[in-house]
Design a protein around this ligand. Structure first.
Ligand code: SF4
Length: 250
């Protein structure tokens, strides 16, 4: 049974341990490496509070235990897969992420970091694929019963887009993808506006993903596909949802 953790919503400088809500081996379900067997590490704690967050146990109500870099490396090696996906929550909150990425690289493991792109510390971790998911306006938890008084809504709105951090991640070594959760066609102008402020991407790096934790209805898929066709972006299915449903550990 996972334990509640102190809420971490700003940078954590602890040098050698990370708060971990879960680790598991599964198929990467989203993005350029869809279908690749991978070891997943989900850090616990986030500086945002998306209203539709599908991992509230790593954001709204963080659970887990702190684990050392050495312990996590041993588990990744024992998983006998060549890809590690470091996700959250927001893994970039944690100073111990960088040393973990270095030992994974030294062990010959391909590293993906999944981040909302709001944080880019001076010393970036090693990363082979930056999987950045900027949060659009519909993510803000307006009138969310978990946020009486709206303190998180204000904080989330102020933090969710950080152009300087996004550009630093796009300029960092490694491959890149920008994944956008799309609720309606009305999200496209916000995506266009954000992309107009960034350099170092091509349309093939931009992925649009229908919002939701169940397989999208055909009409939703068609609508998002039409936006991809209009801009030359990639349609991003969620293979893990189709294969396993919205379950922890997948
Ligand atoms: S950034 Fe990710 S983990 Fe954090 S609240 Fe949003 S969806 Fe959840």
């Amino acid at each position: 049974m996972a334990s509640p953790l102190p809420i971490v919503d700003s940078s954590d400088t602890t040098p050698n341990t990370l708060p971990v809500s879960e680790t598991f081996v599964s198929i990467q379900g989203e993005g350029k490496l869809t279908g690749v067997p991978s070891w997943f590490l989900r850090t616990s704690g986030c500086n945002l509070r998306c209203t539709w967050c599908d991992t509230p146990y790593a954001s709204w109500n963080p659970e887990g235990t702190r684990r050392t870099v050495g312990d996590l490396l041993a588990e990744a090696r024992a998983a006998k897969v060549r890809h590690a996906v470091l996700t959250g929550g927001e893994p970039m909150l944690f100073a111990a992420l960088a040393p973990l990425t270095h030992v994974l690289r030294d062990a010959g493991v391909h590293v993906t970091i999944e981040t909302a792109g709001t944080l880019a510390p001076p010393s970036l971790p090693h990363c082979d694929l930056w999987s950045v998911s900027p949060k659009l306006a519909h993510s803000t938890p307006r009138d969310d019963p978990r946020d009486p008084g709206g303190a998180w809504a204000a904080r989330h709105e102020q933090r969710r887009l950080n152009i300087g951090s996004l550009q630093r991640l796009l300029d960092a070594p490694g491959d890149h993808q920008l994944k956008f959760v799309v609720a309606t066609e009305r999200d496209l102008p916000e995506i266009d506006d954000l992309l107009s402020k960034l350099t170092g991407w091509t349309p093939a790096d931009i992925l649009l993903m229908p919002e939701g934790v169940t397989p999208p209805a055909p009409a939703r898929r068609t609508a998002v596909a039409a936006l991809c066709l209009a801009r030359g972006f990639r349609y991003c299915p969620r293979l893990h949802i189709e294969l396993f449903g919205n379950k922890r550990g997948t």
